[in-house]
Design a protein around this ligand. Structure first.
Ligand SMILES: Nc1ncnc2c1ncn2[C@@H]1O[C@H](COP(=O)(O)OP(=O)(O)OP(=O)(O)O)[C@@H](O)[C@H]1O
Ligand SMILES: [Mg+2]
Length: 218
């Protein structure tokens, strides 16, 4: 999926968080977003998903203004850990079924296996550890067969085997021309498959840079 962000500016009441952000991605591009706590990474993602109302600037997915999109059927999202109410009474199986309202097939089984969810498949979400919950959300996003996958700090609390498993999955998705946006505090994670970096600083300023190329931010 192609992504275009044009002059996106966002403020919570008085506080400017995103200052005139512009960048473009082609299908299959991998963007890694870095920046200290509170610099606007999650805010940018919330703008993408229309969880925040954008008043200044525009976002296009495959050349369609997101304001004209009713349902993001091709966008997978792994929220930052504390963005979800874990008290909600729902099982792993129910969460995955919502994302995949068809019969269990080979693809479904492959995703469940890849995120190591078999042993917790029938557990209630509020009985799981933070890392286990994170793996459930990664699987849920993958099951929606996204053309754009957005992951907000997906490896927080996840053990090394599953962090590596996620890396390998993301690498394969990129090979299938799926566009990926990853927020991470780990400067090295997925550096081998990253095409662009978006680095935010505390002033709402940013740098958009191509790996091995020039800085193309304004
Ligand atoms: N709902 C809100 N209302 C007001 N201010 C908010 C709200 N959500 C976030 N902020 C503020 O906006 C700024 C950016 O927050 P955001 O969550 O986008 O940061 P982040 O880069 O994702 O940080 P982290 O690395 O901690 O996840 C912070 O200063 C934060 O306090
Ligand atoms: Mg965040």
């Amino acid at each position: 999926m192609r992504v275009n962000v044009n002059n996106l500016t966002f403020a919570y009441t008085q506080k400017l968080v995103l200052n005139n952000v512009s960048f473009s991605l082609k299908s299959g591009d991998f963007l890694t977003i870095h920046g200290k706590n509170g610099t606007g990474k999650t805010t940018l993602i919330r703008c993408f998903l229309k969880l925040l109302r954008v008043e200044n600037g525009m976002i296009f997915l495959d050349d369609v203004d997101i304001n004209k999109i009713r349902k993001f059927s091709n966008v997978g999202y792994v929220p930052q850990k504390n963005d979800f109410n874990y008290e909600f009474p729902i099982t792993v199986s129910e969460i995955l079924s919502c994302a995949y309202p068809r019969k269990r097939d080979a693809f479904f089984t492959q995703i469940v296996n890849s995120m190591d969810l078999n042993t917790i498949y029938n557990e209630n979400i509020n009985n799981l550890s933070g890392g286990q919950i994170q793996r459930v959300f990664i699987a849920r996003a993958l099951l929606s067969k996204p053309k754009l996958l957005i992951l907000d700090e997906p490896t927080v609390g996840v053990d090394i085997d599953n962090v590596n498993a996620l890396h390998d999955i993301l690498k394969k998705l990129k090979e299938q021309s799926i566009t990926i946006i990853l927020v991470s505090h780990d400067m090295d994670y997925c550096s081998d498959i990253t095409d662009y970096y978006l680095n935010f600083n505390e002033l709402g300023e940013y740098e958009f840079e191509k790996v091995g190329g020039e800085d193309v931010s304004s």
